[in-house]
Design a protein around this ligand. Sequence first.
Ligand code: NAP
Length: 818
Amino acid sequence: MTVSDLFKTMAYGPAPESPDAANAWLDAHARQFKLFIHNEWVAPSTGDYYDNFNPATGDLLAKTAQAGQKDVDAAVAAARAAFEPWRTTPGHVRARYLYAIARHVQKHHRLLAVVESMDNGKPIRESRDIDVPLVARHFYYHAGWAQLMESELRDYGPVGVVGQITPWNFPILMIAWKVAPAIAMGNTVVLKPASYTRLSALLFAEICAEAGLPPGVVNVITGSSKAGNMIVKHPDVDKIAFTGSTDVGRILRRQTAGSGKRLSLELGGKSPVIVYDDADLDGAIEGLVDAIWFNQGQVCCAGSRLLVQENIADRFLEKLRWRMGKLRVGDSLDKNSDIGAIVDQTQWDTIDGWVKQGAKEGGVVFQPDIPLPEKGLFYKPTLITHISPAASVVQEEIFGPVLVAMSFRTPEEAIELANNTRFGLAASIWTDNLNKAIDTAQKIKAGSIWINCTNLFDAAAGFGGYRESGFGREGGKEGLFEYLRPRWEARPRPGYNVSDEERDAALAAWARTIPGRPANGAAPMTDGKLPVIDRTPKLFIGGKQVRPDGYYTRPVCGPDGAVVGQVGDGNRKDIRDAVEAAHTVAGMWAKDRWAARAPYNRAQILYYLAENLGAREEEFAARIVTMTGRTAKSAREEVAAAISRLFSYAAWADKYGGTVQETSLRGATIAANEPVGVIAIACPDEYPLLGFISLLAPAIARGNTVVVIPSEKHPLSATDFYQVLETSDVPPGVVNIVTGARDHLAKVLAEHDDVDSMWYFGSSEGSTFVEYLSVSNMKRTWVSYGEPRDWLDPAQGEGEDFLREATQVKNVWLPSGE
Ligand code: NAP
């Protein structure tokens, strides 16, 4: 080819990045790596090693250790020993260490990028220009939080020893997202990287030591999923932070249920890219290329579902096919490669299996006629059209360079299709109409929304999912709380600690326990002494007092065992009705939805509840005395605190909407604290009115709708509250109350797929099962493990912890400029 030919075709040749420095580093370790514990390289007790290959060339890069139980124990012990000194190291000193790590990451920028691309197969342009700069950014950003912790987060302390398990798609970046906030907040870490991509984690370990990080603060254990599981089950680990597939996330939720360990899960996705007919189509095409072919589509938030408006669909897809024909698939160390290698043969086979499945399901598969390198694990960019929204390739995460495309007619249809998924990680919206963009952004259930852009990340904005994409955030101030615990709260160490098999058996028994139910449905007598008092409050569902489905009632006894009242004994059907009622007014889809009401209006309603409760203060106090036998003074104190709490959340109703995040985007990144949806609440027995109000009020203040199970022992404060609700303009369906056997009803709620979060303040056994059963739809949970809380103390009974549980952060990215 002559120079003039080149000018005509504009073709360009390879621009390879040198692997020399990476090879020298591997050689310096004789291409064999041990485990990094207490800042020392330690041979694995198993004696086993694993081969790590370069997927672009098939070359063996190095052997890495396979940790066993002894090694995990040693790493946890090192982290435990380092915890106290690290926790008490002044924030400024910790900040200096994080700053040093950031500087050393920058110093080794090129080496890190090349090692990452060789190990994972991703194009060097991405590891060099996106992944590694973001790693440094995360350490700088969190150095700032370490510095500010003592002044800005003084009511919080670290969680303890944290087990962190990361995936292979962004190996070094996921490590930074986890390690930086953890150590900034005074925790110590045992990290296990994914098997396919261990090398950058080992290089990072070396960087930590080089930066002078004290021994034991960060320990890196390489090993199989079994080693990961040993970390998860280790009794001396206080928190698990996991990024990976939803299937494994489910396993970990079950395994940690009832242990008192904190858990954050960053899981899979199937994110939509919505292109409206008024979008800049060329811009949208470039956005789409980035959304789905960045990192070979092996991205949790990959824009893998294209939704394009019908009247432009043909033109848009034609442009897309043309653009796909221009993508360069090739060597990951070539700076001109757009798409690199797939991480491993197993993943390649999975992707190919999905593409074949798409064809079987009636999809039309398009792959451009572009060359692939002769060896290495490369896969062509793929587009599947003519496919139904219910097809498995539309519903399941493929985790490869495969885009499925569908069309829509109206914005309502676009939103419905976008939300027609069990995931909720991200979405990107393309339109020149700002009103439509923001309206769509508000209605999509996902943690990150990019308007006229895609795949933007920054340490200052939390990343994480809704629904089965997991819970917890990484980055931003919101992400810090994953690694913090209120100072007053010790790590719960619940007494209920059983094996998986014992748990299954106990679960069956637990579900059968419905204490107090009379055998024949007749109004029960307690001990034969007293006739039942003839006043039975019903359930409160959809704004009405309704009879329990089974017509059963249950007695409420005072401290001396005498019956002081009756309540309805709710069952599974009642719970289902209550959840349905809560759903009809949840969300922001229409003006009549609770979350769509102006915050000022919600605040007014909470003040009105306080006002109406205040008018009946004596009556509520008397009821507490009757049920609990406490003194009138103590009961009055409880009612007064309940009124004050309603005032608190009336105040918070319009003061917790979110912030503008200070990311590196030119424009605005808006963090909206959105409601979670339908929250199920099982109330504690202590403080029958205050416990109930302390949980109900933050949930509804922040726009959630609720299904509440009042105290099982003392439910009459909640049933008396029906009348307060009825006279305070609370819309039907916002608050639903089902009395009955708490654990029996909690089980139904924990398993219910339309409940978005479950708060359980009861026994340690019940807490275990709520966490265990929540995997049905990966709902969020907040449980007490049987630990009592002083509801009268504002530090324990109200505040930002409650608001955080009542919200989830959605970051909306709005670029500015032409
Ligand atoms: P994965 O199979 O779930 O593995 C993730 C990590 O968990 C690996 O380190 C793995 O070890 C380990 N592991 C597997 N089974 C385990 C078990 N039973 N107990 C403890 N640890 C276990 O996921 P992947 O294939 O590496 O990553 C792809 C997935 O990650 C996708 O679903 C993607 O969407 C998700 N992801 C999510 C985010 C996010 O922020 N939401 C970001 C990136 C990726 P081995 O490698 O040794 O098996």
